[in-house]
Structure formats: structure tokens, C-alpha cells
Design a protein around this ligand. Structure first.
Ligand code: ATP
Ligand code: MG
Length: 398
């Protein structure tokens, strides 16, 4: 029954030039999200409002699902857009709206009129009262409840009239592209896709890097990471995913360094390489899925040891989350089912029985000196030969 949607977005803190940027990015992301949806849409912007109008038949559920992935959207309101042709016509439109939208009339309601068009002959209060009367007369089963109504009948009088009563919650946050770009270390696990989602929610565009170790890690493990990136891309827009062959580096560390330090040293090399890509492509920080104490390589000491090797800030949005909370988010955003597929990742193959949990920086640095002969060239080669995959979201199936 709806041909249009009114999009509400958070406006706090977006003034002047920032507001334009915010709205431009939001419209851009809405277009991206609607691309795979059946139907044709036009998107218009008007006085702090974004309207999406369907120009053809379209799939309502798919549209809502897609819009619920767009950061910056606070509310999605299926709206009836009516011409402004006097109060009689308005009353008719509102009654028709209620008739269609609420077949069961045993409901309480409140009219919430807002007159943005100052030349309109009635005040908002007058419209509230007059529409309330009309509704009670037309639908005797309905009752007024001004405190906690079942139906909030919103009527906005502008150049046109907006009639809506539903506000479907959006994800909030800020439109991707309004806060720079970050390089996500994306593994096949549960945490890093969630970390990417969380940072993107703050308006950060995401690139990603995955370290694989063939033949110890399979093509399917890599495909799983691509699949995860594709799900995250529903929210973030296309992701440039670098796939780095990490096998030689990993083997070399394994050969030269104490095995209990392997994970930490490996992670330090991942960070170094990720930072190289970040610098090349204009990312302003690295993003990981770590949280304090989750595993040996995520103690405060271990995190300090990984941080030490990069100059860029490392963003760890899950730092204070329990595993269960992270799983909750991954289920909500649709990555969980893919994350738990059982393909090995490169960290699980060489893990020591008793990895250091409190690495001393001095010891780690000393161990790394054993790598000097070949490691720089290996890193160069890994960077040089990395594959780039442009990952696009496909049709939504959340
Ligand atoms: P995840 O569920 O994200 O894999 P995890 O709990 O398995 O995390 P670790 O394996 O210690 O934790 O990895 C910590 C973080 O390091 C990951 O969240 C991810 O950001 C990064 N990381 C680990 N392995 C890889 C990899 N093979 N490629 C890219 N990034 C990785
Ligand atoms: Mg992992």
C-alpha cells in the first residue's frame, strides 16, 4: 500500500557543511543498498528529509531489509504523500490511510500534526483537534490516548502532506564515507567481521586484508573470508580485500623463533603488512576483532606487543565485549552462520601448546632479530604479490 518512505536520520552535531556531507553520503549509501532490490526508486532531499519513492512495483520487505543496513538511518517511515488541498481533503486522506493500514480498529490513537508550511490556515493544535474528531466519528471503535497511543498518526503539513504512523528502526550510526577509511584485519572468525561492522557504523569506510597460508589453509577458508566480506559489504559498500600469502613468513618465523612466541610475532607481521596497505590506500587506522583476555594473544601485554610495530592507531571496537555479546551482534548482522563454518585459519595451524600470555617486549624484539636476514624481502614480496578482490554485496537474504 505504500509508494514512499520518509527517512529519518540523526541530526545532532551535523551543522553547516557537515550536514551536506552527511546527507550526500546517506543518499549514496541508500542508492547502494537499494540497487539489488526489485523495483525502481527515486530519492529526493528536502528540508532535512529524505524521501524514497517507488516508481514501479517493488518488493516492500526487501526494501525495508536493505534500508535497515544503511548506517545513519534512525527511522524508516512508510508514508503516504498527499497533495495539500485544504483540510477536507486532508481529513479524507487520513481516514483512508487508517482504513487501509489498520483493518482492526480496536486501537487507541493520537494525532500529531506538524505545520511546517506557515501559510496553512490552521495551527497544529487545531489540526490535531479537528482530525481527532473526524477519526472518532468515522471509526467509533477507536479511542484517544495522548500518553501511550497504539497508533501515532503523524501528519506533516509541508509543500505536500506526509501521513505516517510507523517508524521502523534503522541501525543508527553515521553514513559510511563521512569519517575516513580504515583497514580491517579480516579473518574467517566471528570477531573481525563484527569489528568491521562496528567501525563502519561510525561512518568509516572499510578496506580489508586477509592473511592466508596455502597449502595449510584451503581455498575454502579464503572463500569463507570473501563470503564474510560480502555480508559486511551490505552495510559498508564495496570492500577492497587484499589477500596476502603469508606462508613463507609464517614458516620462517616457525623455523627461527621460540614456538611459544610464534602467534605474537606472526601478529606483529600481520600488523606491519596491514599498515603498509593502509598507508598506500589512505586508511587512517587498523581495525581488529580483539578483546582483552579472550585468548593468549589478546592479553594487555600481547596487545601492547602487537601495537608496538605500527604507528597508526589500532581500533579494537570489541575490546570490552564478552564472546557471547559478540556472537549476539554477529547473529544480528548475519555473519555468524558463515563464521562458524569449520575451515581452519592460518593462526590455528602453528599454534603452540603453551603460547606466552605475558610476552616481554624485550624478548619478542630479540627473537625477531633472528629473522633479519630474509624477513624484509619476504614482507616486500608478500605486499607486492597480494591479490586484490573487490567484494560487493549481493542480493540481501538476511
Ligand atoms: P576472529 O574471530 O576475528 O578470527 P579470534 O578470536 O580468532 O578473532 P585471533 O585469531 O587472535 O582472534 O585474531 C585476532 C584478530 O587478528 C582478528 O580479530 C583479526 O582482526 C586479526 N586476524 C587474525 N587472523 C587473521 C588473518 N588470517 N587474516 C587477517 N586478520 C587476522
Ligand atoms: Mg581467528
Amino acid at each position: 500500500m505504500f509508494k514512499a518512505f520518509l527517512i529519518k536520520y540523526g541530526e545532532i552535531g551535523i551543522k553547516g557543511k557537515n550536514r551536506r556531507l552527511f546527507e550526500d553520503a546517506l543518499v549514496h549509501q541508500i542508492k547502494y543498498a537499494l540497487k539489488p532490490v526489485e523495483g525502481e526508486f527515486s530519492i529526493t532531499r528536502e528540508q532535512g528529509r529524505i524521501y524514497i519513492e517507488a516508481l514501479s512495483d517493488y518488493d516492500y520487505d526487501e526494501t525495508i531489509e536493505s534500508l535497515r543496513c544503511v548506517f545513519g538511518i534512525v527511522g524508516i517511515c512508510p508514508v503516504v504523500l498527499a497533495k495539500e488541498e485544504g483540510f477536507e481533503k486532508l481529513a479524507e486522506d487520513v481516514l483512508q490511510y487508517l482504513e487501509m493500514r489498520y483493518p482492526d480498529k480496536k486501537k487507541t490513537f493520537k494525532v500529531n500534526a506538524r505545520r511546517a508550511k506557515k501559510s496553512y490556515p490552521m495551527s497544529s493544535m487545531e489540526v490535531n483537534a479537528a482530525l481527532g474528531d473526524r477519526i472518532l466519528t468515522a471509526f467509533p471503535e477507536m479511542r484517544v490516548d495522548v500518553h501511550d497511543p497504539d497508533i501515532m498518526v503523524n501528519v506533516e503539513i509541508r509543500g505536500q502532506i506526509n501521513i505516517y504512523s510507523e517508524v521502523i528502526p534503522g541501525p543508527g550510526g553515521m553514513p559510511v564515507g563521512t569519517n575516513g577509511k580504515g583497514m580491517l584485519l579480516l579473518s574467517g572468525g566471528i570477531d573481525s567481521p563484527v569489528a568491521g561492522y562496528m567501525i563502519a557504523k561510525r561512518g568509516v569506510k572499510i578496506d580489508a586484508v586477509y592473511f592466508h597460508a596455502p597449502p595449510y589453509t584451503s581455498e575454502r577458508a579464503k572463500q569463507k573470508v570473501v563470503d564474510l566480506a560480502r555480508i559486511v559489504a551490505k552495510y559498508t559498500g564495496p570492500i577492497y580485500l587484499k589477500v596476502v600469502n603469508f606462508t613463507d613468513i609464517q614458516m620462517y618465523i616457525y623455523e627461527k623463533c621460540p614456538h611459544e612466541e610464534l602467534t605474537i610475532i606472526m601478529r606483529r607481521y600481520m600488523m606491519r603488512i596491514a599498515e603498509r596497505f593502509a598507508q598506500e590506500t589512505g586508511s587512517l587506522g587498523l581495525i581488529t576483532g580483539e578483546s582483552i583476555g579472550q585468548v593468549a594473544s589478546q592479553t594487555m601485554q600481547s596487545l601492547a606487543a602487537t601495537d608496538e610495530v605500527c604507528a597508526m592507531p589500532v581500533y579494537r571496537p570489541l575490546i570490552g565485549f564478552d564472546k557471547q555479546e559478540i556472537i549476539g551482534i554477529s547473529e544480528k548482522i548475519g555473519t555468524y552462520e558463515t563464521s562458524i563454518l569449520p575451515y581452519e585459519d592460518c593462526c590455528t595451524i602453528f599454534v603452540a601448546k603453551h603460547p606466552v600470555t605475558k610476552p616481554s617486549l624485550k624478548a619478542i624484539r630479540r627473537s625477531e632479530t633472528r629473522l633479519v636476514e630474509q624477513i624484509d624481502e619476504m614482507v616486500e614480496q608478500a605486499v607486492r604479490e597480494a591479490e586484490t578482490i573487490v567484494v560487493q554485496a549481493d542480493v540481501l537474504d538476511l
